[in-house]
Design a protein around this ligand. Sequence first.
Ligand SMILES: [Cu+2]
Length: 192
Amino acid sequence: MKKMTLAAAVLALSALGLSGCAADAAAPEASPSAAAEQAQSLTFTGTWAKAAEPGGMTGMFGTLKNSGAEDLTVVAASSPAAATVELHETAMGADGSMTMQEIDGGFTVPAGGDFLLEPGASHVMLMGLENGLLAGDQLTVTLELSDGSTLDVEATAKDFAGANESYGETESAEHDGHGTEPTHGTEHTADQ
Ligand SMILES: [Cu+2]
């Protein structure tokens, strides 16, 4: 009598279990196989960044590669190491000096092609480096593409004498950022 009840209970449970499994198998797929994110086609190789003082700014360089069949556009970037991150290009100013500014429309990486970030040209600009960046330090930056997908990239900092283009938009940025190479002698110690 007792055994019968147990056996019935076990049968009932296993029946429930089986029907549960069957229901799971019949359910719609949990992970939608939506269109691939753009970031899956993007890599950033040969990355490095210029070492910088605390509170200063730096550039991140390397080669963006697009393995996909459609052009990709990096529209924004961020980093836990910097207060502000912008996508910059370098252009010849009216006075003949090289000036950097935010690039219009982001970095477009052609399908199956490359987009080069290098000193004196396009770069990821990091401003307000809270802790500075010593040679050998790792810098992490998140790139955001036009579809909202993101790619985390890393760069090792190294000492580099170039990449001193002035920042054309605001005077204060130049004072903040280029104090590491006091070539212009306009350090604003009077601000303190
Ligand atoms: Cu810049």
